[in-house]
Design a protein. Structure first.
Length: 284
């Protein structure tokens, strides 16, 4: 692998760790506010640091793969090297790299806006960051039922895009809790909030990572500061509903795969019987 590419990955890894620590410090030692609701600061900071480590792992795997390809390229014809470099299994990482860079820019801008208590700007930045990650989850890396068709690099990228989306929602909630009014939410507002996150969980299936991230977010919100008891009850109800959806989706997906395996085995048996019937007259 070229020196420039290796240096870029090294700088990106260091930047990811630095931004994670920086954001964790901003979350733990933010301005003394009295939010209507918000995530637990300690758990939020730990999730941000864990996400940074996952990004470093993702980048390190790219580095190892590129190094291996560079070693193999010395013994392969030029046409074969070009075919490997252009294969679809590595396109996922290439597509997600700009999103990761934009996320870093958004987090830095969010940090400065939060320090200046410009919460409207924080909200706009958080909404853009969340929309960008939702685009990656539902458009760039949609879930397929056949996991055997997905390469290891694509699976890691898909996992990173979903966990990044979960963290982006926590940033949204943190700002919402500051600018929201300290009044009890209407039933329609609580229902709309629940429906949105349940639909996000269902539509991202059958792979449950995004649903689990949203469930983890809700637990962090339940354990965080809250002035309005109705909001904490809402988070508890939504988390329960999401947990039920994840469990049901898991069992339904398992049953669906079992039916597909049963049908494929029956087809193979029928093909073998037909082959035997075809060969028996020939031997006679």
């Amino acid at each position: 692998m070229s020196f420039i590419r290796g240096a870029f990955l090294l700088v990106t890894c260091i930047g990811s760790i630095a931004i994670g620590i920086w954001q964790g410090h901003a979350i733990l030692f933010s301005p003394q506010l009295n939010p209507v609701y918000g995530p637990n600061p300690t758990l939020f900071a730990l999730l941000v640091l864990a996400q940074s480590m996952l990004q470093v792992f993702w980048l390190w795997k790219i580095y190892l793969r590129e190094s291996a390809l560079a070693g193999e390229a010395e013994h392969l014809p030029e046409a074969k090297v070009e075919e490997v470099n252009n294969s679809g299994r590595y396109n996922a990482e290439l597509l997600f790299s700009p999103i990761l860079v934009i996320e870093y820019i958004c987090l830095i801008a969010w940090h400065f806006s939060w320090r200046k208590e410009n919460f409207i700007r924080c909200e706009i930045i958080s909404m853009f960051n969340t929309a960008m990650h939702l685009f990656a989850v539902y458009w760039l890396f949609p879930q397929t039922c056949d996991s055997a068709m997905v390469s290891e690099g694509t699976a890691r990228t898909r996992l990173l895009s979903r966990t990044s989306t979960g963290i982006a929602f926590l940033y949204l909630w943190k700002v919402w809790g500051v600018i929201d009014e300290a009044i009890a939410p209407a039933i329609s507002q609580r229902l709309q909030t629940g429906i949105v996150f349940i639909l996000l969980t269902i539509s991202s299936g059958p792979e449950p990572t995004l649903g689990l991230c949203l469930l983890c977010n809700l637990i962090v919100m339940i354990l965080g500061p809250c002035q309005i008891p109705e909001w904490r009850k809402t988070f508890i109800c939504i988390s329960t509903a999401i947990a039920v959806v994840i469990v049901l989706d898991y069992f339904m997906n398992g049953r669906r795969q079992g039916v597909m395996l049963g049908e494929s085995s029956e087809e193979s048996v029928e093909e073998s019987h037909a082959l035997v019937e075809f060969r028996v007259p020939a031997t006679q």
